[in-house]
Ligand binder design. Structure first.
Ligand code: PRP
Ligand code: URA
Length: 206
C-alpha cells in the first residue's frame, strides 16, 4: 500500500527541490528536510512498549520503540536522504545497497551491498528519492528479503504511478511513503514533471 504525504509545507519544500534553478547545496538541504517530513509520517506505525521511568516530579509509564531500525539508502542518490532520517532516528543502523539503472536497458544493475548483521527483528527503511520504473527498489527488496529482512518500508521523495504499481505487485507487504505521486514516465523512464536526475543534482555531477 502507498501513502502520499499531503502536507502543504512538504509540497512547498518539494517545489523548491524540483525547480531547475536550485543548485546542489540547497538541493541537498531540501532533500534532507523533505526526508524528515516524510519519515515522521512513515514512523507512525512503529510499535512501542511500556517503559517505566521517573520524571523529576513522579514515576510514570512511558513508551519506547520495540524494534531496531535499519536504514538502507540505495546508492548513490539515497545517500542524499540519510542525514534526514538519522536526524530523526540517530541510533538507527545503516546498510548500503549499490544499484544503478543501466542507461540503455533501464534495468537495475547491482554492484554493492553491505548490511548490518545480527540485528533482531528490525524494521528496514529503504530510502531513495526517485521511484521511477520500480526496478531498483524491487531488486533491493529482493536482496533484503534473501538476507532475512522481512519488515520493510520504502521512503521515496517522488514516485511515478508505474513504479508504485510494480513494487506493490512484487512486494505487497511493503508500505510505500512518498512526498508526491507524479504524472508519468517519459520515453527515457524519467519521472514527469519530477526533478531530473536526483543523483546528479544532489552531488553536482552534471
Ligand atoms: C536513480 C534513483 C533510483 C533509480 C530509480 O538512480 O535514485 O535509484 O534511478 O529508477 P527505477 O525506479 O527506474 O529503478 P540512478 O540509477 O540514476 O543511480 P544514481 O543514484 O547512482 O544516480
Ligand atoms: N532517476 C532519477 O534520478 N530521476 C528520474 O526521474 C528517474 C530515475
Amino acid at each position: 500500500m502507498y501513502h502520499e504525504i499531503n502536507h502543504p509545507f512538504l509540497k512547498h519544500k518539494l517545489t523548491a527541490l524540483r525547480d531547475k534553478k536550485t543548485e546542489h547545496k540547497e538541493f541537498r538541504e531540501l532533500a534532507n528536510e523533505i526526508t524528515m517530513l516524510i519519515c515522521y509520517e512513515a514512523l507512525k506505525n512503529i510499535e512501542v512498549e511500556d517503559c517505566p521511568i521517573e520524571t523529576p516530579m513522579a514515576p510514570m509509564i512511558g513508551k519506547k520503540m520495540k524494534n531496531d531500525i535499519v536504514v538502507v539508502p540505495i546508492l548513490r542518490a539515497g545517500v542524499g536522504m540519510l542525514d534526514g532520517i538519522l536526524t530523526l532516528v540517530p541510533n538507527a543502523r545503516v546498510g548500503f545497497v549499490g544499484i544503478y539503472r543501466d542507461h540503455d536497458t533501464k534495468k537495475p544493475v547491482e554492484y554493492y551491498s553491505k548490511l548490518p548483521e545480527g540485528v533482531i527483528n528490525p524494521i528496514v527503511f529503504i530510502i531513495d528519492p526517485m521511484l521511477a520504473t520500480g526496478g531498483s527498489v524491487v531488486a533491493t527488496i529482493d536482496l533484503l528479503k534473501k538476507k532475512g529482512f522481512n519488515n520493510i518500508v520504502l521512503v521515496s521523495i517522488i514516485s511515478a504511478p508505474e513504479g508504485i504499481k510494480t513494487v506493490e505487485k512484487a512486494h505487497p507487504d511493503v508500505e510505500i511513503y512518498t512526498g508526491n505521486v507524479d504524472e508519468y514516465l517519459d520515453e527515457n523512464k524519467y519521472i514527469i514533471p519530477g526533478l531530473g536526475d536526483a543523483g546528479d543534482r544532489l552531488f553536482g555531477t552534471k
